[in-house]
Design a protein around this ligand. Sequence first.
Ligand SMILES: Nc1nc2c(c(=O)[nH]1)N[C@H]1C(S)=C(S)[C@@H](COP(=O)(O)OP(=O)(O)OC[C@H]3O[C@@H](n4cnc5c(=O)[nH]c(N)nc54)[C@H](O)[C@@H]3O)O[C@H]1N2
Ligand SMILES: Nc1nc2c(c(=O)[nH]1)N[C@H]1C(S)=C(S)[C@@H](COP(=O)(O)OP(=O)(O)OC[C@H]3O[C@@H](n4cnc5c(=O)[nH]c(N)nc54)[C@H](O)[C@@H]3O)O[C@H]1N2
Ligand code: SF4
Ligand SMILES: [Mo]
Length: 722
Amino acid sequence: MAGIGGSVTCARPYSGRMSIDESPSPLRTVHGACHHDCPDTCGWTVTVDDSGPLPVAVKLRGDADHPFSQGELCPKVNRFIDRAHSPDRVLHPMRRVGPKGAGEFERISWDDALAEIASRLHDVIDTHGPEALLPYSDAGNQSLLSMFGSGGRFFHHLGASQLERALCGVTVGAGVSMTNGSGASLEATEMVHSKLIVLWGTNTRLTNRHLWPTIEAARADGARLIVIDPIRTLTAEAVDVDAGDRFIQPLPGTDIAMMLAMMHVIIRDGVTDHEWIAEHTVGFDELRVAVADWTPERAAEVCGVEASVVEALAVDVATTRPTALRTLIGPEHHTNGAMFFRTLACIPALTGAWRDRGGGYSRSVGHWTESQIDMDALARPDLMPSPAPRTLNMSRIGEVLTGGDGTAEQPVHAMIVWNANPLVTVPNAELTRRGLERDDLFTVVHEQFVTDTARYADIVLPATTQIEADDIVFPWGHLWVTYNEAAILPMGESVSNTELFRRLATAMGLDEPALHADDEALMRDALPTVDLAELRAAKWLRAPYPADGRPFGDPGGDTPFPTPSGRVELASDALEQMGQPRVPTFVAPAEGPHGDAATLAEFPLQLLTPKQHSRFLNSSYAQLPKHGPAEGSPFVEMCAADADSRSLADGDLAVVVNARSTVEAEVRVSERLRPGVVAVPFGWWMAHHRDGHVANSLTNDSLTDWGGGVAYSDTLVQVRRA
Ligand SMILES: Nc1nc2c(c(=O)[nH]1)N[C@H]1C(S)=C(S)[C@@H](COP(=O)(O)OP(=O)(O)OC[C@H]3O[C@@H](n4cnc5c(=O)[nH]c(N)nc54)[C@H](O)[C@@H]3O)O[C@H]1N2
Ligand SMILES: Nc1nc2c(c(=O)[nH]1)N[C@H]1C(S)=C(S)[C@@H](COP(=O)(O)OP(=O)(O)OC[C@H]3O[C@@H](n4cnc5c(=O)[nH]c(N)nc54)[C@H](O)[C@@H]3O)O[C@H]1N2
Ligand code: SF4
Ligand SMILES: [Mo]
């Protein structure tokens, strides 16, 4: 790739804050936190060598004092210094000189880059109106300023289209809220008190590894483990059948049927907590009627598991105290994704599990950690014109850029991308690619590397890494809000996400003061009740969470559930008003084994594209020499029966195909998958795939039932010899 690389130098004198030891040693330690979109938000320490003309980060290690991560990082971030110092870092602005996608760029100055961007954006706004401008960003860096504090003010002030960020987690929250009134849930380390832990569609040992010691501690204290996943994952491998643990392997997208049958059994057998139901729920009678037909046999048929397994699961969950049902994100990626979580959240209400410390339902703790953030003061939606500009869903960026989703009349003509790599991470990637190829689309990408998305940019701008800017990380996997101190100066000419938008505002001649607030002012606006100096000195603070460990305490009286009825809503008027079923209901995904018969006949296999590699974090590491090659190369995984029936053997070259695209990959025959389900790991880039198509070239961009998420995992394919 032309124009990438260059020497690692600092463009301007250091002006940030550092905690400097008084010792004469040229080495000092700086405290920080991992910025990745990962539940663990590990604390780290960076050793900085000040003996040269510029500070150099020489070591990055887990912070042994960090209450959650306790000194360990992970195979992704252990080599973070290599990532920051990679010769492939984008270190200065670049302008595209070849065709879109070719990755040919020339170096330009910041002044030239800003002048060109300002002029193109002014043109777009003058010719097509401000809604022709679309900001696109996700959680590449999920710190406060980098994710929530950058871009908002700038685009609101301009009146640009708004972006719905719903690829991850939003659907879970939307689902649970319809039952419990909010996304509040059991904090995961509270599971140390549990006697039954059900990991339902979450691959804890891979995706949430620092929670595993909690689970092991509970097991050492007698807890049993049940893992429910269509893939026999690393986490499923931890199941010890002799100790009473179980692994349940349903067909993807069918779990709601299993939950309905569980509730059927729980109600049939009278193992409900009558008192709790009477005091804290509404709609029990409606729910009872709704699950009356959902016998374990019927669910078994839908899910492809034994009826006795469903029956036993129901009994275990209802009769073990405390029981914790634990999820993260995986199951939201189906068209019935929100209903999955709405339904799951009903189960602890039937069994009275919320009574117990270590009982109930556990997910993201953003509800607790982010309660301290004043998002409006940070992003300033009040700067938007009235009526508010349209909102476009990031999950549908391919449609949005090619005239779908209401954009035919009013197309997007300019897009600024930061903190995201949509070409690799959004479903239906070939449609996204067609959008990015448009000649009449002006694209700016602010990045650390020339990602697949950046290859389609007109201008690429250099972004700092987490060791180059101060920020605060609000975790979603634990309660420790952790301060990240800059360890070194921004490398090359890179700038942080907030500095990017200050520069763009200046270049566009926007003098609204809010657009020029410095990072400290932004932090103060966002966190009116937090003493920033104290947080920086303490390194972390624990977000407020109920002292007795139970997320809802003793609901009723002073602390009703925050639903319209003040109770857990087993039946919901609000859902009915949204055009959704009032009570938990199984709706089979259209692209799935119980959906459209014609599609199924042509493409009979369900495709999952999970996070699979311990050295990858979404799309962020496949390109690095100590990461990608160590994970091998992309493959399509299938069971022996499905391979045999296609005359495929381990190592054969196959093509995975559906109406959206093809992906060529080597066959890996494995015992992790059941017949009818295949998997291609997510995270590899175009260049790693033989035909340049990524896993998401195949995936479904249909939206979830509600919540705005997307159904990656409702994807049918056929696999053939290539
Ligand atoms: N098929 C399939 N697709 C999926 C998923 C799946 O399981 N299967 N998972 C989905 C999920 S859960 C998620 S969260 C999304 C993630 O989707 P993304 O957020 O788009 O992916 P990431 O690789 O986490 O980060 C994107 C980019 O952010 C850049 N970046 C990091 N820090 C900074 C910074 O400070 N500034 C700037 N400007 N850039 C920075 C990185 O270099 C990286 O290229 O992917 C989704 N896509
Ligand atoms: N190593 C590594 N760690 C990561 C990431 C990474 O890329 N690599 N990404 C981070 C991010 S952004 C996130 S959001 C978290 C996500 O953390 P998790 O939610 O734990 O991970 P996922 O792989 O998205 O999904 C978990 C499981 O859901 C299963 N699943 C899919 N469909 C269904 C279904 O219908 N029913 C059931 N029961 N299970 C289903 C998949 O097979 C998968 O094993 O992980 C984070 N941690
Ligand atoms: S990616 Fe996750 S596990 Fe790895 S260091 Fe960052 S927060 Fe910790
Ligand atoms: Mo995610």
